[in-house]
Design a protein around this ligand. Structure first.
Ligand code: FE2
Length: 249
């Protein structure tokens, strides 16, 4: 398997080597090796991340997600999932849990060609989304300051598009609790299968979809643009613009 690569959202210094001061010994960055056994990867990555948390604490979510992303580069093929379907999406959308536990869970989802997961948030959470089959466009957004929280269903909010990740096989992107915590995913003509490696700092994983205004739902991806919509809760069917929802097949 080819080494995975990171798409979009690259913050300064991600996985980088810190330039040493004159006379200082150059630090050596040693990433994880490429694993061939999923359980071995799971055990070793969890051990490394728990050791990181013990040494550094949980406060710096950005750094933790970067460290997690480094481990995702060494993840082998995941086990075959037992798919369950998510009703209400515009095209067939399936989901499965691969590994529960801490400090991260591993899930997977499968999108039929043209399937869209409308914009939604992951309050208190962060995640790495790795494409393992097909391709998709993942648009990242920030909630603008002083907006009503996701729990206020029906409240209107404004978001800003921060980055666009066009994922194909073996590429990934990430979000954190404070950066690009909202995203929208749309599968390309081949459909897409992705693996999510998800961390929850606060909350129990509750979230809300955001139904964009119809004029904003059709806006092409563009970093920096602002879009408006309203929180509609956890039912994906309520997040599509009127007339765009099709029964799951
Ligand atoms: Fe998501």
């Amino acid at each position: 398997m080819e080494r995975r690569s990171f798409v979009g959202l690259a913050p300064a210094g991600v996985l980088g080597v810190i330039s040493p001061e004159a006379g200082e010994e150059a630090p050596v960055f040693s990433g994880p090796r490429q694993f061939t056994d999923y359980d071995e990867w799971l055990n070793e990555s969890r051990r490394a991340l728990l050791a990181y948390l013990k040494a550094e604490g949980p406060a710096n979510t950005e750094r933790f997600m970067q460290f997690l992303a480094a481990w995702v580069t060494g993840m082998p093929k995941t086990p075959s999932p037992k798919w369950g379907s998510i009703p209400g999406a515009n095209r067939s959308l399936d989901f499965a849990m691969l590994s529960s536990g801490r400090p991260f869970v591993v899930t997977t989802f499968r999108m039929a060609p043209g399937c869209r997961q409308p914009a939604h948030c992951h309050p208190g959470g962060g995640g790495v989304t790795l494409c393992v089959e097909g391709g998709l466009v993942m648009r990242h957004f920030n909630l603008l300051p002083d907006q009503p929280p996701f729990s206020e269903t029906g409240a209107k909010v404004e978001i800003e598009e921060t980055a666009i990740a066009r994922l194909t096989r073996d590429t990934f992107t990430l979000f954190t609790p404070t950066r690009s915590n909202l995203h929208q995913l749309e599968a390309g003509p081949e459909g897409a299968v992705c693996v999510d490696i998800v961390v929850q700092w606060q909350g129990a994983g509750q979230f809300s979809y955001l139904k964009l205004r119809s004029e904003d739902a059709g806006a092409p991806p563009r970093p920096g643009q602002r879009l408006r919509g309203e929180w509609v809760g956890m039912d994906i069917a309520k997040a599509y613009p009127e007339g765009a929802t099709h029964p799951s097949s």
